[in-house]
Design a protein around this ligand. Structure first.
Ligand code: NDP
Length: 349
């Protein structure tokens, strides 16, 4: 089977392409500019030679019928292209590509291809959770409506995060509305929709990376806390205590493959997460690894504020302040520290 992956050069998408290829699928990836596809073709050279990977250009995903050609002949779609990190004032610069791109691919699929069985939309926990004043658990039943109102009220003054979060909420809502109206009710086509909602995504980047400043947004924030002494020391102590949920990019890519294969995933939104973290935990892990791997580290990593994690009661509290989304989908969720300790112990090293 052939799977269409949009925004195939992105941090998460290139892992999805890789896992699809490794699992025997053929892939057609879209990029915005031909030169963005060159790295992909080189990275997956052997698959290109076997005729199993094709890279095509879809310049502007907001154009009517942008995906009409791209969807022809494929059996499933993983829609991942969406603005994540752009410096713009107008919220529409986020919202239009997110919403029109998502609706556009559904419309193109409806019009041009009756062989498609499933369309996976990479949504986000940004479309699920809000900043909660006290500890609470979010689930797939929750919607982040607040950011939509904030955009209405604040317009250009809204923060970049708010613009991004509103774009993801509106895009996913739009997809479900379209699905309900056109697919479910009218029974017009044979495909269904799955929305995957990851929180912060970390883990190895295999995309084209020219410099740390060109990293995608989630890896850039990880780099700025964990690896870059100058960026890290500029942050206040309480930034290291902020808690959020995360998932490893390789696990998320596996989830994208499973979302195509599991019949029962159809019609579901699915939070895909490993568990909660606070930034200081990553620093503790990085420092422990660094000193065990490098005998005399000449480039010390930032230490952050180890006293934060030295106090278990404070850590427990902080982890529960922000959404503990993971509890519902992954009852055995463990913190990055616990995970690393377990793996370390299991390896017997
Ligand atoms: P990247 O920035 O690495 O990839 C984004 C992809 O979308 C790139 O291919 C990019 O193309 C494309 N894109 C960006 N803006 C537009 C636009 N206006 N029109 C068409 N294509 C566009 O980000 P990630 O890999 O992190 O994100 C991939 C998806 O996962 C996104 O939908 C994001 O919202 C979602 N997500 C990411 C999370 C994370 O922590 N990383 C968490 C939750 C969800 P180009 O290279 O040409 O700019």
């Amino acid at each position: 089977d052939t799977v269409l992956v949009t925004g195939a050069n992105g941090y998460i998408a290139i892992w999805v392409v890789r896992k699809l290829l490794e699992n025997g699928y053929n892939v057609r990836g879209t990029v915005r500019k031909a030169e963005k596809g060159e790295y992909l073709k080189k990275y997956f050279e052997s698959y290109v030679r076997q005729g199993r990977l094709e890279v095509i250009v879809v310049e502007d995903i907001t154009k009517e019928g942008a995906f009409d050609e791209a969807v022809k002949g494929v059996h499933a779609i993983e829609h991942m292209a969406s603005p994540v990190h752009v410096d713009v004032d107008d919220p529409e610069e986020f919202i239009r590509p997110a919403v029109d791109g998502t609706l556009g691919i559904l419309k193109s699929a409806l019009k041009n291809n009756l062989a498609i069985k499933r369309i996976v939309i990479t949504s986000s926990c940004a479309a699920v959770s809000t900043v909660a004043p006290e500890a609470r658990t979010f689930s797939e039943a929750d919607w982040n409506e607040i950011t939509i109102n904030e955009i209405r009220e604040q317009g250009q003054q809204a923060s970049r995060t708010t613009k991004y979060r509103a774009s993801k909420t509106l895009a996913e809502k739009g997809a479900w509305k379209f699905y309900e109206e056109n697919v479910k009710k009218e029974g017009r086509v044979t495909w269904d929709v799955v929305a995957l909602n990851p929180p912060m995504v970390f883990g190895p980047g295999i995309q084209e990376i020219s410099s740390p400043s060109a990293l995608n947004a989630s890896l850039k924030s990880w780099y700025d806390f964990v690896y870059s002494p100058s960026a890290s020391s500029a942050k206040p102590k309480d930034a290291f205590e902020v808690s959020n949920s995360w998932v490893d990019v390789r696990d998320l890519a596996d989830a994208h493959v499973l979302a195509l294969e599991k019949e029962e995933a159809g019609g579901q939104r699915i939070i895909v997460t490993q568990g909660a973290y606070i930034w200081q935990e990553w620093l503790d892990i990085a420092n422990a690894l660094h000193s065990s791997l490098v005998e005399k580290p000449s480039n010390p990593l930032p230490k952050g504020f180890p006293e934060i994690t030295a106090q278990p009661q404070s850590l427990t509290y902080k982890i529960r302040v922000m959404p503990a989304i993971s509890q519902l989908t992954n009852p055995t969720a463990e913190s990055p520290c616990d995970r690393w300790n377990r793996l370390h112990r299991d390896e017997g090293s």
